[in-house]
Every structure is written in structure tokens, then in C-alpha cells.
Design a protein around this ligand. Sequence first.
Ligand code: ZN
Length: 106
Amino acid sequence: MSERTIKIGGFQYRLRFVSSHSLDGKFGQCNFYSTTIDVNAQADPEQQRATIVHEVIEALNYHFELNLKHRQIQSLEHGIHQVLTDNPDLLEHTNCELYTARGRRQ
Ligand SMILES: [Zn+2]
């Protein structure tokens, strides 16, 4: 199981790639109390990326009390995942010093 962290809304989430079995076959899940996002390591890589976007939106929805319906979260997942996938250098070729100064470009 590989693991890293993502900061979401001021919280440090653990991002873990776990077995399909431990997720009961789901693509992923977000636990707001343990600040953990689990992604199905057996899912195809494209699906894993979409799942990460989905679970990040779930966390933002919870912490910022956005009251998004699950259907809205799914639509945002597909839209944001598509933009990031079709424009992989989107955040790298800007003149925004803020990102480079804080070392966010990774
Ligand atoms: Zn969901």
C-alpha cells in the first residue's frame, strides 16, 4: 500500500492506494474524521485519477459545508478531471509567482 498526503481545506489528508477488497469493490472513499482518502489500487489509472478528484471534492464539500448533492459532486469530478487530463500543463505555464514561490508546482 503506497501513501502520501494532500492538504485539503487546511487539513492534511492521507492518500492511500488500497486493495479492492478493503473498499468492497468501490473506486474510493473519503473519511473526514480520520482525514483519509482511500483509492482502489486495482482500478485503472484513469479511474484512480478521477476518484482522487471525486474524493477531494467530497472533502471540500464536507469541510466548507457546500451541501453539494452527490450528482453535483460527480459532475464536478468529471469536469475537473477532464480539464486536468486534457491540459496537463495548465498550472505549470503561468506567470503566477505564488505557485513557484511556495513550491506548489510538483
Ligand atoms: Zn462520492
